[in-house]
Design a protein. Sequence first.
Length: 171
Amino acid sequence: MYWYFPYTDSERASHTYVIRYLIKGGLRIYDDGDQVWWKAIGADHNFPVVNSQVTVELPGEFTEAQISAEAYGAQADIQMPNASTLVFAASDISAQQEFEVRVKFPHGVVQAQPPLWQAQDDSQRALKETYGPVFDLGFLFLGLILLFGGYRFRQRPYFPLKRRPHCLYPL
């Protein structure tokens, strides 16, 4: 979704928007618990977000012990006002900062098969978690080699090679 609003040159100008939508096919199905994992605010905004609230309506009533809720990116206050609702509230989200929420509840409440995209996404996440640090260290090592090599190259004395000219022309 792309969101545009009119430009105002006043620093005190503020805008309040309420966006409601229903997510279909966004539920991750696992044997140890089903999950809603949703990026409410992506990193592609170049302005601060003063307040953001994400409300997740659960498919049934649960106790707090049955639910696992986390927020990623921005710091969020997580409340459970009733047995079927979770509210994530974040404030002072800086530019290019994400706000992602994740809720896990017992498996079997929703009768569904894992979506087609889930297996591919899970394998990509596993690869990133497994090999990401290895690639990070590899690129760090390569960068240090290039930095050290450039330093050593700049430290060597420069003596132009004495070569004979290829062609001698008579005067």
